[in-house]
Design a protein around this ligand. Structure first.
Ligand SMILES: *Cc1c(COP(=O)(O)O)cnc(C)c1O
Length: 272
């Protein structure tokens, strides 16, 4: 039985999340789902086609107990260390963990133990190590291949030109179950530039499925741009701030690595 009111919040947490986070998160979930349904309706899609993946990064574990009490059981995390810390504190709950951000090869051994899916596959080195570690555990992993659709140096992901050769070699890693492509759009007030990123991913997906029929899904769209992403065909939207409220500090930005994050325990590799 989960009674969220019994989970203590610190004064700082009450400032950030209010004194009844479960109610607030539940209400925000409904609002986002209603908006997704409205967008789908407008562009002739069925709302069930779009999966809402709540992004829980920077939300403390005890606050996530309130989220869980509100019925949120899929958690998307972009940093492996943070996900591991939370897993250790929440191991009595049945959470489905999605790792959505860039992963260093030396963290693969942790990911394979608990993650249900990985959205940021972008190198053979990572594919090799994931496959090896998964095979040792006798398990498979759903993966999305990350593509850099904005051309920004700061973003991870394969260059669009490198995608098809990459996909052709994925059968070498049989423990990886390719589900689709993932991207982060450019951070811009110009909706057409954002849309161009999502459209490019869709076009790449349409070619990718001819090589690997499993690569059907598009993981794209965040709090600030999921409306455009759904219009362009998103199957999974990764939404944090619209559910859990604004993130303070450098984490307010959508992507890790753009601005050095002083709280980060992890040293990121330089994106190629
Ligand atoms: C943080 C993050 C999101 C969600 O961003 P919000 O602004 O909180 O909706 C989505 N995808 C990735 C990879 C992220 O790191």
């Amino acid at each position: 039985m989960n009674t969220s009111s019994a989970i203590k919040l610190s004064p700082e947490e009450i400032v950030r999340f209010g004194d009844d986070p479960a109610a607030a998160f539940a209400q925000n979930m409904i609002a986002v789902q209603e908006r997704i349904a409205a967008i789908c309706h407008r562009c002739g899609r069925h709302p069930d086609e779009v999966r809402l993946l709540p992004v829980t990064k920077t939300i403390p574990a005890n606050v996530l107990r309130h989220a869980y009490a509100a019925g949120i059981t899929d958690f998307g995390e972009n940093k492996l260390q943070e996900a591991r810390d939370k897993l250790a504190m929440l191991d009595d709950l049945s959470i489905r963990w999605s790792i959505i951000g860039h992963l260093q090869t030396n963290k693969v051994k942790y990911l394979v133990r608990f993650a249900s899916e990985f959205h940021a596959l972008d190198s053979f080195r990572l594919a090799e190590e994931l496959n090896r570690r998964l095979d040792a555990l006798g398990r498979d992993l759903d993966v999305f291949v990350q593509v850099n659709t904005s051309g920004e140096e700061s973003k991870y992901g394969l260059h669009p030109n490198d995608l098809m050769p990459f996909i052709e070699r994925l059968p070498n890693y049989p423990r990886l179950k390719p589900r689709g492509l993932m991207t982060l759009a450019i951070f811009s007030a110009d909706a057409e530039r954002v849309r161009a990123c999502f459209r490019l991913l869709r076009e790449l997906r349409d070619r990718a499925v001819t090589i690997d029929p499993g690569l059907t899904k598009l993981s794209m769209g965040m709090s600030g741009d999921y409306e455009i992403a759904i219009e362009e065909g998103a199957d999974v939207v990764r939404v944090g701030q619209a559910i859990f409220g604004p993130r303070p500090g450098a984490d307010a930005l959508y992507w890790p690595g753009l601005i050095p994050d002083p709280q980060s325990q992890e040293r990121e590799e330089t994106p190629r």
